[in-house]
Design a protein around this ligand. Structure first.
Ligand code: SF4
Ligand code: SF4
Length: 97
């Protein structure tokens, strides 16, 4: 029997998704001074969409690319992310091809 293995590239899969981006962020940092002193900065590597970046002493939030998976909310040891779903009609639309 033929052994068929297909490599799946996550970036190719993510590329299929579309977004209806809101003008208002559904993600926010509660207190940037906590981020400054956070040694782990887990949000910068746990997010599959690279939403968080530590730059010039503070965390930036590129909410436009959020996949709404909730990982950052759980991973931040300081509960320092104000996490909400996007408003109705906004956010990601998954394409499962
Ligand atoms: S993990 Fe939490 S406290 Fe640390 S940098 Fe990210 S949001 Fe800030
Ligand atoms: S919900 Fe998921 S995709 Fe969105 S910012 Fe958090 S970790 Fe990244």
């Amino acid at each position: 029997m033929e052994d068929i293995k297909v490599k799946v590239n996550i970036d190719d899969k993510l590329y299929l998704n579309t977004y209806n981006v809101d003008s208002v962020s559904h993600l926010d940092i509660k207190d940037q001074s906590i981020c400054e002193n956070c040694n782990e900065k887990t949000c910068t590597f746990i997010c599959p969409a690279y939403v968080y970046e530590f730059k010039d002493g503070h965390i930036t939030v590129g909410y436009e690319g959020c996949l709404e998976c909730g990982a950052c909310r759980i991973a931040c040891s300081y509960d320092n992310i104000d996490w909400n779903f996007p408003r109705g009609g906004f956010g990601i639309q998954f394409r499962l091809a």
